[in-house]
Design a protein around this ligand. Structure first.
Ligand code: SAH
Length: 457
């Protein structure tokens, strides 16, 4: 049952939303989303990149074919890892793949309100945690840095609330190209940063709002400490293994070379159990096809340990399901669905996040909330009030319409409102006493977690 948050329980949220200014930030055309191809998706002209892409495409395909020739068919996880993050030809490495000119666009790119509300969520949880003096904002897979930029703008506007807090920013990003794009947006530019490509912290500097910022390839290199971890459309690009139920038991789906067309790839079933099929599958799963992402398991466990040891919270937003879906592996190129084994390296590869798996991996360590639909989460965070504030402050009809279209794209259940979900990890003691009861520590009412309960303004 959805609980109601009344202002009696959550005096901070409305007040925080009111204190954010009404600056309108420029955004691209809000007509795309990385969802199944729908009527609102249309292909973009990418002619200037096409020659480069076909070279790139050949290199990745050649690389995969020679790998399969030398070691045999590869797992879908290995295929995804190579195609997306191989440091020589990986999809994410050398291109800015987001936005109207890229292959997909995401909620923070569509509407500034999205990131602003996530910023408010962090501040609200910081208050609930007793306003620790020092905290880190950690984002996994920050794309163009737009979400971080909107969150940091909120932190800056809520300076009087955050007072003397020492805040630092930590971005976990494997793509040197996207790292550059993030630095352009969040700092005074690449030339003002310290670079050390071979180090765990490969870039450092100061944000435009005056906070220390660092880049890492791996979460394990981010310093420990009270942190807010954000991951938007990050878990869906992590490599999955695919399994098929057969009469002989579960078999892993692998990728091999098509015998009749040596430059084509195809799916095959492993003839016997693989290490992955022996260790990852739950024997009692009723589905006949499952996708499992062990890397997501490792990352979520690491987030849970960090939150248990040092405090903070994680907010994960992605498209996904609760352990019910089967085959969700797909590709996107130019805002269109793309056949996953064709022209590897030129398209984004993704699979729905299994939130039940994430929950299972953290059980006992932390409290998890969600998954809750994006539409509901943002409504609970006060998106309608925020939209009205912005609309009241624009006179230009085109900008007015853009704000409404962007809201519709991220909220409409037929678009991104239902398919995208929010999931949070919190320390056990955060909710121990429940709403309306006394906390052991402060003897006061524990505020419910913003976004996960209905807000009555
Ligand atoms: N969060 C952004 C971008 C989503 S795209 C948004 O919503 O707009 C996925 C992001 O994750 C990209 O920045 C990509 O470079 C990064 N990424 C992909 N695999 C990664 C990995 N294994 N480790 C760290 N970052 C990764």
């Amino acid at each position: 049952m959805m609980r109601l948050i009344t202002m009696r329980f959550l005096p901070g949220l409305k007040c925080l939303c009111r204190r954010i200014s009404y600056d309108i930030c420029r955004r691209g055309s809000p007509v795309y989303g990385r969802l199944y191809a729908g009527q609102w998706m249309r292909s973009c002209s990418r002619t200037s990149e096409s020659t480069k892409e076909s070279d790139h495409d050949n290199r990745m395909l050649k690389h995969l074919i020679s790998k399969i020739k030398s070691t045999g068919p590869i797992s879908v996880a290995e295929y995804m890892r190579e195609v997306l993050t191989n440091p020589i030809t990986g999809y994410y490495y050398y291109r800015d793949v987001l936005g109207a000119q890229g292959d997909f666009i995401t909620s923070p790119e569509i509407s500034q309100i999205f990131g602003e509300l996530l910023g408010v969520w962090c501040v609200s949880e910081w208050m609930a945690a007793g306003k620790p003096k020092t905290f880190q904002l950690v984002e996994l897979g920050p794309g163009r840095g737009t979400l971080a930029s909107d969150v940091l703008r909120v932190f800056s506007q809520l300076r009087s609330v955050l007072r003397e807090s020492e805040i630092s920013v930590h971005l976990v990003e494997v793509s040197p190209k996207l790292g550059e794009v993030q630095a352009q947006l969040l700092t005074e530019g690449e030339q003002h940063l310290l670079h050390d490509p071979s180090a765990a912290i490969y870039k450092m500097g100061t944000t435009k709002t005056g906070l220390p910022i660092s880049w890492y390839r791996d979460l394990q290199d981010v310093p420990k400490g009270f942190s807010f971890y954000l991951a938007h459309e990050f878990f869906d690009v992590l490599p999955i293994h695919k399994f098929q139920k057969t009469k002989q038991g579960w078999r892993e789906i692998l990728i091999d070379i098509e015998p009749k067309a040596p430059k084509k790839l195809r799916f095959v079933l492993a003839p016997s159990g693989t290490l992955a099929s022996k260790t990852l599958i739950q024997r009692n799963d009723e589905r006949d096809h499952v996708e499992i992402c062990p890397e997501a398991g490792v990352i979520i466990q690491s987030l849970a340990s960090r939150i248990t040891e040092d405090g903070g919270a994680a907010l994960i937003a992605d498209y996904g399901h609760n352990g019910t879906k089967t085959d969700t592996f797909r590709g996107f190129h130019g805002h269109q669905l793309h056949e996953v084994l064709t022209a590897p390296g030129t398209a984004d590869l993704t699979a729905d996040v299994d939130f039940s798996y994430l929950r299972q991996m953290t059980e006992g360590k932390v409290t998890s909330l969600g998954p809750i639909e994006q539409q509901q989460f943002l409504k609970n965070m006060g998106i309608d009030v925020r939209l009205q504030v912005l609309l009241r402050n624009v006179s230009d009809p085109a900008t007015h319409q853009k704000l409404i279209d962007a809201y519709d794209m991220i909220m409409n259940p037929e678009k991104m409102g239902k398919r995208f979900k929010f999931f949070a990890l919190l320390p056990h003691n955060r909710l121990m006493s429940g709403a309306g009861m006394k906390t052991e520590k402060h003897g006061a009412t524990a505020p419910p977690v913003a976004g996960f309960s209905e807000l009555q303004l």
